[in-house]
Unconditional design. Structure first.
Length: 339
């Protein structure tokens, strides 16, 4: 803890006045900004807050949420970071994810794909969470005592149907994990197959659309890592993204090409290799529900809308693996930074 450090980045300049105004508006039928000239001083607002809101035990503390202080915290124990993330204490970490209609490429045993083998990441999450959309109506009680009603097959088990009104627990083995996911061997540049470890909903996030020279598009967050001609980079860094305060794109400052779905190499048994395609433009689409995939195995990437993107591999676990393999210092992973 000898390196632990906390610095203030920003704060609400008049926090007690802001809380007072929010509290006053809650209990007023007037538009309180019209009375701003008559508001008490900052210190007097603090006294009123204590007397009427805190000591008054009104049971309504929403006004306190209108003020903000942002700290830059560094070199704190890893356990603190885990607790902060678990309890959602306003901590910012990289969130990389994709829009629901992003198409994920699966292949057959020959490594070939087809429209039938492609699914959107939104569909994958639904399958992963709820099971297949093979719904049937049961009019009588089943042989195992299942009540009448609608049933939906459990995609994870691939076996026992489950009642829609009372979904069961996921089983260890599941169909989605057996599907062959197209991934890139980053050493050879050839495409191979992997399998899905997890499919996650990342909540509503700001989404940007990248349009490539060959017409491909990808809708992702600014922090999603993409494989570029210069290696892995976040989308924002790769294109040199500059936005206004509302997220709208002002300019992209860096010409960049992204590695895309393969070209056939006939002399290498028809294997596919990745190839670079230039980014033409980036546009802001607004906030959307987002998802991501965790890939099992050595190569933590997959093909989304024809582009090679990084998966949401749980980096904390990977860092501990690297310590065991003596690739990383133990001290490096026991302390973290955030804001």
């Amino acid at each position: 803890m000898d390196k632990f450090r906390v610095e203030v980045i920003a704060q609400t300049p008049n926090p007690q006045t802001v809380i007072y105004a929010a509290m006053h508006q809650d209990y007023s039928d007037q538009f309180i900004i019209d009375e701003q000239e008559n508001w008490p001083s900052e210190s007097k607002c603090g006294e009123i807050i204590v007397k009427r809101l805190l000591a008054g035990e009104r049971g309504h503390y929403g006004p306190l949420e209108h003020v903000q202080i942002v700290f830059n915290c560094g070199y704190f124990p890893h356990s603190v970071m885990q607790q902060a993330r678990t309890h959602r204490v306003g901590i910012s970490f990289d969130v990389q994810c994709l829009a629901a209609d992003t198409e994920i490429t699966f292949v057959n045993i020959e490594g070939e794909t087809s429209p039938r083998l492609k699914k959107t990441i939104g569909e994958l999450y639904d399958l992963w969470t709820n099971g297949e959309k093979a719904i049937r109506q049961r009019s009588i009680r089943g042989r195992n005592g299942e009540p009448p009603g609608e049933y939906r097959r459990d995609c994870k088990s691939g076996a026992t149907p489950r009642f829609l009104k009372a979904p069961g627990n996921a089983h260890q083995e599941n169909r989605i994990r057996q599907m062959r996911l197209r991934v890139l061997n980053e050493e050879t540049g050839e495409f191979t197959t992997g399998s899905i470890q997890d499919v996650m909903c990342s909540g509503v996030q700001p989404i940007y659309r990248l349009t490539l020279e060959d017409g491909k598009t990808l809708d992702c967050t600014v922090n999603h890592r993409l494989l570029t001609e210069r290696g892995w980079q976040t989308m924002g860094n790769a294109v040199g993204l500059i936005t206004d305060s509302s997220g709208n794109v002002i300019q992209i400052t860096k010409p960049i090409s992204l590695m895309c779905n393969g070209q056939t190499v006939i002399e290498v048994k028809k294997k596919l290799i990745s190839h670079p395609v230039k980014v033409l433009k980036v546009e802001y689409l607004g906030e959307q529900m987002t998802y991501d995939i965790e890939v099992e195995g050595k190569w933590h990437n997959f093909v989304a809308n024809g582009l090679v993107v990084h998966n949401s591999f749980r980096y904390t676990g990977q860092q501990f693996i690297e310590v065991l393999e003596e690739k990383r210092s133990r001290r490096c992973i026991l302390f973290a930074s955030g804001w």
